[in-house]
Design a protein around this ligand. Structure first.
Ligand code: GAL
Length: 987
């Protein structure tokens, strides 16, 4: 081994050597040198390939490359990122790691000014993945592990005024890697900032309690400096002993009103700014309370991610996350599965988000070994685990937003976890302790936490009738504590569906404190193909030996932070104020689910639309509703009594919106928080009468088809006389419509374990041949009032299929009506992906206007974020760019749609009877299904139109319960009707 240093630390379970004791992360005006920027860099292949003497100040690194700090080398041309969910990418042989252990050798020079107090020099690393050793001017300071935690070294004996050289050796694999088996990309490097600073105040701990009965805050700041002085001007504290305690009437801190008191500690001329939030977190009567009131967590699991820089984030990106969360009614974050960059927590304090801060600890890869040798239970790892707990708590203890400490994720169970909990409790009794892996006993945690529990289980827990645990004492404890779903609603690809069902339970049972969607963002890595088209890479794209494919892309926002339809659905489901527009009573109910905010911050707006066109609008004065209360008010008079002729223009809808009355830190005035919509049956009979009239018109005006030259003519439509398939409507050449039951399987169908043999639905569907159905024409018959085509749809090699009857007729308005009757035959064992008809149109018809739910995509179990209105979009805009292409873009409950050219005056009009689902794509289902990344999809020159009677729900089965029965589309008798008409600008 060509090394002049001891590298035994790499495979040692010890957390590090030569480190300073952990302490809070805080700013101050002590002298400091920022060491971020370009460092000299070489990547050694393993410990046998290290550069002798690289740490010496005189070492010649000319010819070495440069590597930015903070950054991951795999995203900067060295090595490759690798994605695995559960398994370790190396043999499970702790604490050993592979010989092929890429090791980054980093060097940089820096100047220390003549007045820098050398004897106080501290070298601080905010995050290095996974293990490192540090030298300054050739003097070894120590080594460390714990990638997402800070490490400090005393540098006083090594630094000098003038030029210094810092050298860091970073190992991709170490004993620490066994503790960091989170579901994410394996990447390495100095990925958070590095600073050399002068030691001043070592540490402080703000204790800021709030008594909601008296409205009093009690403040005491523990410091390591006996001569520290505290000032908090707003509380009238000037230059006082920080220990206090001081009491004063204060405004408490909460996610909704994140009041921070600015203060300052002064020690020997050093000034340390403080931001103090008063609050009290407790479990009371089996509920999580803050400041005496129960909280409901509308949360997300957040990994740190940027598609170009990985887990290295700048402040702008962290702020973008916080703003996006606040704007989408998210009120809580679990920092899955490691402490985030400290600036993120400061942003949560400032903007108001409840935080579960999670320790950098996961050992999921031991599960397949039956947890044998799991570090959670092995004494040899205890020191490392306690070290991780302490470094998290010490670093983050002064953030009021943190209400729970989480011991880690998916690390089995064991004594070491209990020891972590005990240590944390001893150090900070002001927060709750969370660890999902302890759910069976909950012996050492304060909340009962589960992941992906189905609706029934959550309901049982809500009613406190869940199955008992083995040990009666544990059972009594668990039954008395609140419940959260630390992960649910797996947001992979199209979905999640069924969120409303969970939220109804969370809002119904006091014991349920809500949950956290898995997860916030897709971890796709931005790539550009040969044609310059951007796409996002996932597992397997970098030639990994083992990988978990696109399981890394399961967020509510796309890698570029564009909200997915799932986030819009969630925003509606978790809105903190429910608005019910009751059509029968002509009233509006406002229900305030806020923790402590009344609705006075909202301005109420309403509008009335006829067929999607606004006919009246205004503001509503609604007295503020207190948290936990409801208020019912009358509709605006224009809605109670709409203009007499309004109903003639289509359905009448009243929409009421609660928007920010004034700017907030996180959104501008006018930003929508809550809304409700209700249909006004201006004349209840009118609809039925219109439908009846339409029906009558169809028969009355029915024309008789004419057959000539292999073509059947019906009105201005032509059909193939052999197959009965429509060929044209007026001047538009069409192919189809024909029955279509196939959709490009979504991730929940590809990954979910449906069926008795845990077989994904997608493979069961492929097994049944649903992706390769054949149409067999049984008969084409021309009758006096239209055309009848009988067909069968079935796949090769199977004995089941669908009998399909198409009945075509025209009405007096020239609308061509299609009635479809579907009857399954044979033994069906799978549900249908979709049930509808598909046709194609010439490529020029690439715009759609519709009246129905919108503007975004919606499916039967994920339609909350859409509302009835009139919308227009280009076909390109109708596509939802999931990282792995799959079924997307469906517009739900469409009353009518116009598929036209850009000008909007030529094309095809489609009528639902009363509604139809519409998706319009520039490529076929086959192409969509075959594509692995979105750049592989290119328009094929035709417009592919899907008009669906029904879809299978989207659910959350990739990692969660199976689709509930109510959202399943069984092969069963079905009838539906769709109208078609040419749109011709001339007419
Ligand atoms: C959970 C795990 C997450 C993630 C998720 C699936 O079991 O805690 O980290 O892997 O499943 O996406």
């Amino acid at each position: 081994m060509s090394t002049d240093v001891d590298v035994t630390y790499v495979e040692s379970p010890a957390p590090g050597h030569g480190r300073l004791r952990p302490r809070a992360c805080f700013g101050s005006d002590v002298p400091a040198v920022d060491l971020d920027g370009d460092w000299r860099f070489r990547l050694a292949a393993g410990l046998g390939d290290l550069t002798a003497g690289f740490q010496e100040p005189g070492f010649q690194d000319i010819g070495w490359d440069e590597m930015p700090v903070p950054a991951f080398w795999q995203l900067n041309d060295y090595g490759k990122a690798a994605y695995l969910n559960i398994d370790y990418p190396f043999p499970v042989d702790p604490p050993r790691v592979p010989d092929a252990n890429p090791t980054g050798e980093y060097r940089r020079g820096f100047e220390l000014p003549a007045d820098f107090p050398l004897e106080r020099a501290v070298l601080r690393f905010e995050g290095v993945d996974s293990c490192f050793a540090v030298w300054v001017n050739g003097v070894l300071l120590g080594d460390g592990k714990g990638s997402r935690l800070p490490t400090e070294f005393d540098a006083s004996r090594a630094v000098r005024h003038g030029r210094n050289v810092v050298a860091v050796r970073v190992h991709q694999w170490s004993a620490g890697s066994y503790l960091e088996d989170q579901d994410m990309w394996w990447m390495s490097g100095i990925f958070r900032s590095v600073r050399l600073l002068a030691r001043g105040l070592e540490d402080y701990f703000v204790h800021a309690d709030y008594d909601h009965v008296t409205g009093t805050g009690t403040l005491s700041v523990e410091t390591t400096a006996p001569n520290a002085r505290l000032s908090v001007p707003e509380l009238g504290l000037a230059d006082v002993d920080p220990a206090g305690p001081y009491t004063a009437a204060v405004q408490p801190w909460s996610d909704e009103a994140p009041k921070l008191y600015e203060g300052e500690l002064v020690v020997d001329g050093e000034r340390v700014p403080l931001r103090i939030g008063f609050r009290r977190v407790l479990v009371e009567d089996g509920q999580i309370t803050v400041n005496g009131r129960p909280i409901l967590l509308r949360g997300v699991n957040r990994h740190e991610w940027h598609p170009r820089t990985g887990r290295t984030l700048d402040r702008e990106t962290m702020l973008a996350d916080v703003l996006l969360m606040k704007r989408h009614n998210v009120n809580a974050v679990r920092t899955s599965h490691y402490p985030p960059h400290p600036d993120f927590l400061a942003l949560c304090d400032e903007h108001g988000l409840w935080v579960i801060d999670e320790c950098d600890y996961e050992t999921h890869g031991f599960e397949s070994l039956g947890w044998a040798g799991n570090p959670s239970a092995e004494p040899v790892w205890r020191e490392a685990l306690l070290d991780r707990a302490a470094r998290m708590v010490e670093r983050d203890k002064n953030h009021p937003s943190i209400i729970m400490w989480s011991l880690g994720n998916e690390a089995g169970d064991g004594e070491n976890l209990a020891a972590m909990a005990a240590w944390i409790r001893g150090r900070d009794g002001s927060r709750l302790i969370h660890y999902e892996g302890a759910w069976r006993s909950c012996a050492y945690v304060d909340v009962y936490s589960r992941m992906y529990a189905g609706h029934e289980e959550v309901d049982e827990i809500g009613r406190r009738v869940e199955a008992a645990t083995e040990n009666p004492a544990d059972d009594a404890h668990r039954r008395a504590i609140p419940f959260i779903q630390c992960e649910y609603g797996h947001a992979m690809g199209n979905g999640p569906g069924g969120l409303r069902d969970y939220q109804d339970l969370f809002e119904k049972y006091p014991r349920l404190a809500g949950g956290f969607i898995w997860e916030w963002i897709d971890h796709g890595i931005e790539q550009t193909d040969e044609d310059g088209v951007t796409f996002y890479a996932y597992g397997g794209d970098f030639g990994e030996e083992l990988h978990d494919s696109n399981f890394v892309a399961d967020g509510l926002i796309f890698p570029d932070r564009t909200p997915s339809p799932g986030l819009l659905d969630f925003k509606k489901v978790v809105e903190p104020v429910h608005v019910t527009v009751a059509a029968d009573a002509r009233t509006l109910e406002i229900r305030n689910l806020h923790h402590s905010r009344d609705t006075g911050y909202l301005r109420w707006e309403w509008n009335l639309e006829a067929g999607g066109v606004e006919i009246a609008a205004g503001a509503l004065e609604i007295e503020p509703v207190a948290p936990g209360e409801s208020r019912t008010v009358a509709w605006p008079k224009e809605a109670v009594d709409p203009a007499a002729d309004a109903a003639g223009d289509g359905e009448l809808w009243l929409t009421v919106r609660g928007v920010l009355a004034a700017d907030e830190l996180w959104a501008e005035a006018g930003h929508e928080i809550a809304w409700g919509q209700g249909r006004i049956e201006a004349d209840a009979g009118a609809d039925a009468a219109a439908a009846a009239a339409r029906q009558a018109a169809t028969s009355a005006a029915a024309r008789t088809p004419e057959v000539a030259d292999g073509v059947i003519r019906l009105g201005d439509a032509t059909f193939d006389a052999q197959t009965g398939v429509l060929r044209s409507i007026g001047g538009i050449d069409v192919e189809g419509p024909r029955l279509d039951i196939w959709r490009a399987p979504i991730d929940n169908e590809v990954w979910g374990e449906h069926g008795p043999r845990h077989e994904p639905l997608n493979s069961r569907w492929h097994g049944a041949g649903l992706h390769r159905m054949h149409h067999k024409t049984l008969g084409v018959s021309v009758a006096e009032n239209g055309l009848e085509v009988r067909t069968r749809l079935a796949a090769a090699a199977v004995g089941f299929g669908l009998d399909v009857l198409y009945r075509w007729a025209t009405d007096e308005a020239g609308v061509l009506w299609l009635d479809v009757v579907v009857d399954p035959y044979g033994a069906w064992t799978v549900p249908l992906p979709r049930l509808g008809v598909a046709l194609t149109l010439p490529g020029e018809y690439d715009h759609v206007e519709w009246f129905g739910l919108g503007p975004g995509e919606a499916y039967r179990d994920a339609a909350n974020g859409t509302r009835v209105g009139r919308y227009r979009a280009s076909v390109a805009e109708l596509q939802t760019p999931y990282v792995r292409p799959q079924e997307n873009g469906n517009r739900h409950d469409v009353r009518w749609a116009r598929i036209t050219d850009a000008a909007g005056d030529r094309g095809l009009s489609v009528l639902g009877a009363p509604v139809v689902d519409v998706s319009v794509k520039p490529w076929s289902t086959r192409e969509l299904e075959a594509a692995k990344h979105r750049n592989e999809l290119r328009p094929d020159g035709r417009i592919h139109v899907h008009l669906d009677h029904a879809h299978q729900g989207v659910g959350s089965a990739a990692c969660g319960p199976l689709l509930p029965e109510k959202d399943t589309l069984h092969a069963a008798h079905a009838e539906f009707r769709i109208g078609f008409a040419e749109i011709d600008g001339e007419s």
